[in-house]
Design a binder for this molecule. Structure first.
Ligand code: SF4
Length: 95
């Protein structure tokens, strides 16, 4: 979830090992860098700096994403796109 919205749905194993939404990936990078019990996640998602900028309002999610598509992300909220069976992400990268 991001700002109260479900942004990615998948099996737990896919969310853990094959996340697709940029925010899910950022969450794993953040958690992986703090989780001593999961060196596999630390290696896969090395520590990164927090996203710059202010936390987004639910109605204005795109500004903090480094993958944002100009003229699209800041204008229109993405629907859920089917990436593969049982894996969807609300992100314009998968349109
Ligand atoms: S829809 Fe755009 S701003 Fe939102 S996560 Fe995807 S690329 Fe980033």
């Amino acid at each position: 979830m991001y700002a109260g919205q479900i942004i990615e749905k998948a099996k737990v194993s896919d969310l853990t090992h094959n996340p697709k939404h940029p925010y899910t990936m950022a969450c794993w990078r953040h958690l992986g860098s703090r989780c001593r019990e999961r060196p596999d996640l630390q290696k896969k998602y090395p520590r990164v700096s927090p996203q710059p900028g202010q936390p987004a309002r639910a109605a204005a999610l795109p500004p903090r994403c480094s993958h944002a598509i100009a003229g699209l992300c800041e204008v229109k909220e993405p629907p859920e796109f089917i990436i593969e069976p049982d894996h969807v992400a609300a992100c314009w990268l998968y349109q």
